[in-house]
Design a protein around this ligand. Structure first.
Ligand code: HAM
Length: 426
């Protein structure tokens, strides 16, 4: 039998319910932060990602040439599309712009635990505000989304770092602006790749600094407090520490410190980040990232000559789903109509008309589609369907106008007029 492609999923109703639980929670929580939902195309010009996303994602694109000869790619992330859409209307949009989206994304990665080739992301971005209060707001939203599905400070942590500090550091040790992106890429891989491999790469990039550079980078990666950071820079004046103090104060005011860890080991693989960056992980440190994001103040200007500060994040459905499963935080899956309507073939017309009235009032109901079964067979089917109530529409009920409603878990019966019936499920 044909199967789904590697890294792609068939969503049977129970797994679809799990995914939708995550997405609905995200939509609910983003509304409480004043975010509006938007969407963009799944298929985009290849150049959009080649210019904006950085080497790692480019090597993972699902791309092809369409029948019109255009080079296109399935979207691996949403941020370049968001940047294009915002830039096109930048002058007319009310600021700060708070936009969010839930949608499917595609990356040709090696399928493994927590990483697939088709996955859903929940994106939230705040544009038009360059101060740290926007970074704090976006981090607060991320925490609230996780808390919304029942996770607490014992379950996850948001590791916050700073691209700006890393760039200051690389400049301080004498690297040029052109050399920096390759160094940031190496630092981003420190956690995933062995140190021998990275020492070799650093030595290739900077033959005279090799071993000392490895030690200095490692020192900065280990920083967990502002004091550690200042010490790593020695006597060097570090104005950026002031921004860190403001950010941490705001996070403290929002009561978020139990969820936060300073961790300069995070650099982020995407090329466009310019300031604070962060990733969320399971508290134990196991597993791939639950979410990632940060500030990208230059992206809109680079792409569209529209300067606009921005920050945001995306949460993936795969790792978050795995964590909720492990913590037993997935709501029990129940697919059942509220009411099962029982009638005989001779009363079909009147019964179906009642069914229609009930459904128009938003009541979920099913009935036996074959239409020839006895009342007792239909009652058995009502039990199997998982419905809470059985409603009898027989000749007696239609003549008297009084309907019998049976509670299928307690067995109790109620007699109701048609009007009472329509109000019975409000
Ligand atoms: P990202 O770190 O590449 O950031 O992806 C965000 C999240 O998407 C990851 O933490 C992970 O949960 C999920 N994800 C990524 N790749 C896969 C995969 N192959 N399989 C399953 N899940 C995956 C971005 O995409 C940025 N555009 C986020 C952002 C928004 N930054 C600013 N605004």
């Amino acid at each position: 039998m044909e199967q789904a492609l590697p890294g792609f999923r068939d969503f049977y109703p129970d797994s679809c319910a799990v995914r939708n639980h995550l997405l609905r929670n995200f939509c609910r929580v983003t509304r409480t932060f004043g975010f509006e939902e938007f969407d963009g195309p799944l298929l985009e010009p290849l150049d959009l990602f080649v210019e904006k996303s950085g080497e790692e994602i480019i090597s993972q694109l699902f791309n092809f040439t369409d029948r019109g000869g255009r080079a296109v790619a399935l979207r691996p992330e949403l941020t370049p599309t968001l940047a294009r859409m915002i830039a096109a209307r930048a002058s007319s949009l009310k600021r700060p712009i708070r936009w969010c989206n839930v949608g499917e994304h595609f990356r040709y990665e090696r399928p493994q635990k927590g990483r697939l080739r088709a996955f859903w992301q929940m994106n939230a971005d705040l544009l038009g505000e360059g101060g740290v209060s926007a970074d704090a707001e976006i981090i607060a939203l991320l925490v609230s989304v996780f808390r919304g599905v029942g996770l607490g400070a014992d379950d996850f942590v948001i590791r916050i770092s700073d691209r700006r500090l890393w760039l200051d550091f690389l400049a301080w040790i004498g690297l040029s602006g052109e050399q920096m992106p390759s160094f940031l890429e190496i630092i981003d891989r420190f956690e995933r790749e062995g140190s021998r491999e990275l020492k070799k790469k650093l030595a290739e990039l900077s033959p005279n600094l090799g071993p000392e550079l490895f030690a200095a980078i490692n020192d900065l990666r280990q920083c967990r407090t502002l004091e550690d950071i200042q010490n790593a820079f020695g006597e060097q004046n570090l104005p950026r520490v002031g921004d860190w103090e403001k950010l941490l104060q705001l996070l403290d005011d929002l009561r978020l410190m139990p969820f936060i860890q300073i961790d300069l080991g995070i650099v982020r693989g995407l090329a466009y980040y310019t300031g604070f960056v962060f990733e969320a992980f399971e508290r134990s440190g196991q597993g791939r990232a639950l979410a990632g994001g940060g500030r990208y103040d230059d992206l809109l200007e680079k792409l569209h000559k529209t300067p606009l500060p921005a920050c945001g994040f995306a949460i993936g459905d795969v790792t978050l789903g795995l964590l909720l499963q492990e913590k037993q935080l997935i709501p029990a899956y129940k697919a059942a109509p509220h009411v099962f309507v029982i009638f005989s073939d001779e009363n079909r017309k009147a019964a179906l008309s009642i069914c229609q009235d009930l459904r128009d009032r938003g009541i979920s109901l099913c009935y036996d589609l074959r239409g020839e079964s006895s009342f007792s067979k239909q009652l058995k089917e009502a039990g199997r369907s998982g419905a809470s109530f059985a409603l009898f529409v027989g000749t007696d009920e239609l003549t008297s106008g009084n309907f019998t409603l049976k509670n299928l878990s307690s067995g109790s019966m109620q007699t109701l007029t048609a009007n009472e019936l329509f109000g019975a499920f409000d």
